[in-house]
Design a protein. Structure first.
Lengths: 286, 268
């Protein structure tokens, strides 16, 4: 069985559907992209898996299997423990994800101490190893630094180290390079890929950037309005997307080597058709 | 040859580095612009590109006199505006407009779209304001009914169109656009770029387009200026810049862009 499996996941805020019967699978060690524009629900899938949906947003149907366990049938406490030991998050904005008033070292080691019950010395030793692994120079000094003393790229390296700290088998990365300069982005993507390979971690990579998808991922799920439009391999997608909306999204993506046939506006007819597809889907579920 | 619309000479600007201010005495200064010189010809669309901290936004703000410079000269249409008093600057202001990155924070959330677009028209004493607002709305492809909408009722792309409508309402000669498509989804990004392209040719605008995204610049701009640590490392025709980049930093920027296509080994 796949390491992560979503079956007909429905998520709503009030009566408004945010995810519509989302099904997808991530195998052990696989790198899968969740792609879509804002409002597509890609971040919500990550939050649903990690159990971090905002209070007003509820899972109203479907199943989430993590390593074979059905998360929906577990008691809240058991569910949190299971997710905490098997999955982790690399967030988008490293500045808000780190506590500005605390040194970065303890922010990582506390996870190991509090969640996994490590001894403090072991946890600190592990953190230094990890900071080495994400190519942070002088880890002992950086552990004592406050987040504002570090650059955006350094902060993101620290969060990557933190995500891998407890050897999770799945990492959800939510637009982890969107806030970075393009040159730093390439370094961080390479780091994520190297870490993922070395540790054999499955990666669910949430992004709006098809360029990044083509460089990092093996498989991908294209979403619009909380619905899966296409579930395919990266190879196949870039040889020719199956869904008209996916094709339009690809044509809208900037590509400086091809200025005349990139950055094309998504035709209104395509948007109307995909909206109709969603309305039809909702109708059939009533 | 005609006088360039903008002539920038040896522009220098620094900010106090308050993180390193001693208890007594002045804070040390961080040099953000280190002596920049370039011209912008009338009708040109110039892209200003660089990483974060390269000084691209600071340069833009200095050009339109939102920031005061330490040294150097800014000439607009032949007039030295470097140290012009606000009173004397006022008549020029309506010829120089700006579009900002985040329309949500640059549009007053308590004003309707009509009032927002009318703002600069009233400030500069234009007549026939209602007609001008309607004209600006139609230019950016928004229905006239949007006059009575509030910014929060609009999508990101529509909000950015309102920002553009406000900028073109005074029929300026020059528009500074600072990362105006960065916050938009790719589908609306393309639409807003097409709109800017059309407006530039229809209205004979000169546009300075600040962006961190070289792909977007390639699409829109005739010339490109690459900034790195407050210095110009390359200033050339856009086609030439992409075809045969001269500066090491430009090549690094181009190499780091993940193009949406299969290219195994790109990350190795």
């Amino acid at each position: 069985m796949s390491f992560l499996k979503l079956e007909g996941l429905n998520v709503r805020v009030g009566s408004l559907p945010i995810l519509r019967d989302v099904s997808l699978q991530v195998e052990s060690g696989e790198v899968r992209a969740l792609v879509g524009e804002s409002g597509a629900g890609k971040s919500m899938i990550g939050k649903a898996i990690l159990g971090t949906l905002p209070d007003a947003i509820a899972v109203t149907g479907g199943r989430i299997y993590l390593d074979g366990d059905d998360l929906m049938t577990l008691a809240a406490k058991d569910r949190r423990r299971l997710i905490g030991s098997k999955a982790a998050l690399i967030p988008q904005d490293p500045l808000t994800a780190l506590n500005p008033a605390r040194r970065v070292g303890p922010q990582i080691s506390n996870r190991l101490v509090d969640i996994l019950g490590w001894r403090r010395q072991d946890a600190e030793k592990r953190v230094i190893e990890l900071l080495h692994e994400v190519h942070i120079p002088a880890p002992e000094r950086v552990m004592r630094a406050y987040p504002h003393e570090l650059s955006g790229g350094m902060r993101q390296r620290i969060l990557i180290a933190s995500a891998f700290a407890a050897e999770p088998r799945l990492i959800v990365a939510d637009e982890p390079t969107t806030a970075l300069d393009v040159t730093v982005q390439k370094q961080i993507l390479r780091l994520i890929r190297d870490m993922q390979r070395r540790h054999g971690t499955a990666l669910l990579f949430v992004t709006h950037d098809l360029g990044v998808v083509s460089k990092l991922c093996q498989s991908m799920t294209v979403l619009y309005g909380g619905k899966v439009l296409e579930d395919t391999t990266v190879d196949q997608f870039f040889r020719g997307p199956a869904h008209a909306y996916s094709a339009a999204l690809l044509a809208a993506t900037p590509k400086y080597t091809d200025p005349d046939s990139s950055l094309m506006p998504v035709p209104e007819a395509v948007i109307r058709a995909v909206e109709a597809e969603i309305a039809d889907h909702d109708q059939r579920r009533l | 040859m005609a006088v360039p619309l903008f002539e920038i000479r040896d522009l220098r600007l620094s900010f106090p580095d308050l993180a390193h201010k001693p208890l007594f005495g002045a804070a040390p200064r961080v040099e953000v612009l280190k002596g920049l010189s370039f011209d912008i010809q009338r009708g040109d669309v110039i892209g200003i590109v660089g990483g974060s901290g390269s000084g691209k936004s600071t340069l833009g703000r200095a050009m339109v006199r939102l920031l005061d410079v330490d040294a150097g000269q800014i000439r607009f249409d032949g007039t030295d505006i470097t140290h012009l008093e606000e009173d004397s600057l006022r008549p020029l202001r309506k010829r120089i407009q700006m579009i900002f990155q985040d329309p949500m924070s640059s549009l007053n959330p308590r004003h309707r779209v009509g009032t927002i677009i009318a703002g600069p028209l009233q400030l500069h004493g234009f007549d026939q304001i209602r007609e001008r607002v309607d004209f600006a709305l139609s230019q950016v492809g928004l229905p006239l009914a949007f006059r009575s909408r509030y910014p929060h009722e609009l999508s990101g792309g529509q909000r950015q169109r309102v920002g553009i409508a406000r900028a073109i309402a005074t029929e300026p000669d020059f528009i500074l656009a600072d990362e105006v498509v960065s916050g938009l989804d790719v589908s609306s990004q393309a639409q807003v770029l097409n709109l800017l392209e059309r407006l530039v040719s229809d209205m004979g605008l000169t546009l300075a387009f600040i962006s961190h995204d070289l792909s977007v610049i390639r699409r829109l701009c005739q010339t490109t200026l690459v900034l790195h640590h407050g210095e110009i490392v390359e200033h050339s025709a856009t086609d030439q810049l992409f075809g045969n980049p001269q500066a090491q930093y430009t090549r690094e920027l181009l190499d780091a862009i993940p193009l949406p296509e299969l290219s195994p080994g790109w990350l190795d």
